[in-house]
Write a protein that binds this ligand. Structure first.
Ligand code: 13P
Ligand code: SF4
Length: 340
């Protein structure tokens, strides 16, 4: 029934409406999307879309980022604004600003903030104001390199696993990295220790990816000799090192699609995507490294999507004040420019 309402509304709006979905959405939502992708692919598409109504099926930071880069004639909606990303909430803008300002002042160094796209708009604003930028899991290597070229050190936030995995890719020595102690509003950070560091790391993480364990990889390798293991870079570094490949959700899809027929591939990421890969590639054995659903992604349902589409003209849309939006847009555009 909700499916019929969504189909009717899509017909009514035609090209004026675009429904975008992140790969972690359930199949019942994905089937209604005009475009699906990883965070980078979706962010890149916004301005190019003909549609004036953009409905984002994902978590809130994704819709908010779309609202930052949208054209003036577009409006961005999410059918449940409470679909937050737990990791994004681990770096509140006021605290990022406080810690960064203190470190810049007390070290005298030019510290460039680099925010994972999984952050609130106000954190991207802090990045924009301090000459920093944004990255996604698909371009973290490139953006960290870029940020290194802009100053003396980089503050990467909020995902410590993505930071560590990216630092490994770029061969940043372990002794040149430091995970910040942000307790007591960052006053416990040892500034002397910061002085010779190239990479300062916010201690956030994604519980959905942190849950995977080395023993799971070891068990699969023992049970399925010759299997391949691929994981999202939000997983802990030891798992990434023990895998055959690591990358964004689109990378994981591509890896599976390019694997030979009959291959056994163990995928370490959110379960909706792994289940979809199983259905997409019946001639390969696709197994989840572990069961791990993102409950926030699951807040987008056919019921609330249908409700939003039926009331699109009057529904609340994602709005970001100019004060927040302009510097945040600058930070996002720096990323889009570097990764054209
Ligand atoms: P991707 O950018 O790889 O799609 O990942 C987004 C995300 O939230 C992963 O947990
Ligand atoms: Fe956020 Fe993790 Fe969910 Fe991705 S999987 S949206 S990082 S909580």
């Amino acid at each position: 029934m909700y499916s019929d309402i969504i189909a009717e509304q899509k017909k009514k709006y035609g090209k004026r409406l675009a429904i975008l979905g992140h790969h972690y959405q359930s199949d019942e939502i994905i089937k209604h999307t005009d475009l699906k992708g990883d965070s980078l692919e979706l962010a890149r598409q916004i301005e190019k879309l003909e549609a004036e109504y953009i409905v984002f099926c994902g978590v809130h930071f994704m819709a908010e980022s779309a609202a930052i880069v949208r054209r003036e004639d577009q409006k961005v909606y999410i059918s449940d604004p409470n679909a937050g990303c737990v990791m994004a909430n681990m770096a509140p803008a006021w605290l990022v600003d406080k810690v960064l300002t203190r470190l810049i002042k007390e070290t005298g160094k030019k510290i460039i903030p680099l925010a994972y796209v999984n952050t609130p708009a106000a954190v991207k604003t802090v990045c924009g104001k301090h000459g920093g930028t944004v990255c996604t899991s698909a371009n973290a290597d490139k953006m960290l390199r870029w940020a290194q070229g802009q100053g003396d050190a980089v503050l990467f936030l909020p995902d410590r696993n993505l930071a560590m995995n990216t630092a490994d890719n770029l061969s940043i020595a372990p002794g040149k990295r430091m995970i910040l102690n942000i307790r007591s509003e960052g006053t416990q950070i040892d500034v002397d220790e910061v002085m010779d560091k190239e990479l300062l790391i916010w201690p956030g993480l994604c519980a959905i990816h942190q849950r995977f364990k080395m023993t799971q990889i070891e068990d699969f390798r023992a049970k399925h000799p010759g299997c391949k293991v691929v994981v999202h870079p939000e997983c802990p570094p030891e798992l990434v090192q023990a895998s055959d490949g690591s990358g964004s959700t689109s990378y994981l899809i591509q890896y599976v699609s390019e694997a030979p027929e009959g291959a056994t591939i163990i995928v370490g990421t959110e379960t909706n995507l792994v289940n979809r890969l199983k259905d997409m590639f019946p001639n390969k054995t696709i197994l989840p490294l572990g069961i791990s659903f993102c409950s926030n992604m699951a807040k987008i349902t056919e019921e609330n999507l249908a409700g939003l589409l039926q009331n699109l003209e009057t529904a609340a849309y994602e709005d970001v004040s100019d004060e927040i939006r302009e510097p945040a847009r600058l930070a996002l555009e720096r990323m889009l420019d570097v990764c054209k």
